[in-house]
Design a protein around this ligand. Structure first.
Ligand SMILES: [Mn+2]
Length: 298
């Protein structure tokens, strides 16, 4: 039986992982200076005699900053972070899209390296549920769902005992296949989308053309190689997979930023917003034949 102190310590580490870094956790919980959280972690890791652990005040601050229900810090969580659907605000069970009105698809892709099922609704509300075993990727996929308003449900069993590579790349591929299927003949959509998104010192621009031709221009030079346990090289694999299978033209430019977590987050948020614009129906196009098809009555 774990003590309350041990459970809180474990959940504290879980939140650091979920946020991507201790500075990001501090930022989300409203600390201007992450130093106090760093000191706390050092103290907890040393298991200092007589240390009183995480206070009720801090516990409540962490819960509200990370969108957890009250009392979450005192509940023992699943031992493997990310393997049981750890998305903020969503439940572990799959999102029910069976009665959804809109452009809904489910795509399954199985190889020896990964087994993936993705359901999405282009006309959703931005709900998401992920079970991939890669928490930082899930944090980024969550940005796509939230900012594109596409409902996104992704399950992946990948060869994580090797590394995250196949999982991240293959989720990109399968997401590309699902987008292509859901878009159908693309009649009435805007086709083009663009967005600039800042996050503090970081700024990124993403421009999309649902052209039917794959093309990626990727100007994203990370200031460090790893974000927590996540290898930033994998983002390029993700977007290559996505572009090649959705058949979109995608320009990604990170224009500024020195915090790698912020660099990544601005790219994914901008991608989500640009995607929303590109896939949405243009009301002025509704009911009209695409102009290149000409008239049917002459
Ligand atoms: Mn973040």
């Amino acid at each position: 039986m774990k003590t309350k102190k041990e459970i809180r310590n474990e959940n504290f580490n879980r939140l650091i992982e979920e946020a991507g870094s201790i500075s990001e956790l501090a930022r989300r919980c409203g600390y201007e200076n992450p130093a106090s959280l760093y000191q706390l972690r050092v103290r907890l890791n040393k298991q200092e005699e007589g240390s009183r652990g995480i206070t009720n005040t801090l516990s409540a601050k962490l819960e509200s900053g990370m969108g957890k229900p009250r009392g979450w810090m005192d509940i023992p969580q699943e031992s493997t972070v990310g393997s049981s659907g750890t998305v903020s605000g969503s439940s572990v069970s799959a999102i029910d899209m069976s009665n959804a009105s809109g452009r809904v698809v489910t795509v399954t892709r199985n190889t020896n390296e990964t087994q993936i099922t993705i359901s999405l609704n282009l006309d959703g509300t931005g709900r998401s549920r992920f079970d991939t075993g890669v928490p930082f990727l899930e944090h980024m996929l969550d940005q796509i769902a939230r900012h594109s308003l596409i409902d996104l449900d992704i399950s992946c069993k990948g060869d994580l005992h090797i590394d995250d590579h196949h999982t991240v790349e293959d989720i990109g591929i399968t997401l590309g296949q699902a987008l292509k299927q859901a878009l159908g003949d693309k009649a009435g959509i805007r086709r083009y989308g663009h967005a600039y998104v800042p996050l503090d010192e970081a700024l990124s621009r993403v421009v999309i053309d649902l052209s039917g031709r794959p093309g990626l221009v990727y100007n994203l030079n990370f200031t460090r190689a790893w974000i927590g346990k996540f290898d930033v090289d994998l983002f390029s694999e993700f977007f290559h997979g996505l572009v090649n299978h959705s058949m979109m033209t995608l320009h990604i430019d990170n224009l500024s930023g020195y915090n790698a977590h912020h660099q990544a987050e601005t790219v994914f948020k901008a991608f989500g917003r640009a995607l929303r614009m590109a896939v949405e129906h243009d009301p002025r196009m509704a009911g009209q034949m695409p102009s290149t098809k000409g008239t049917l009555t002459a």
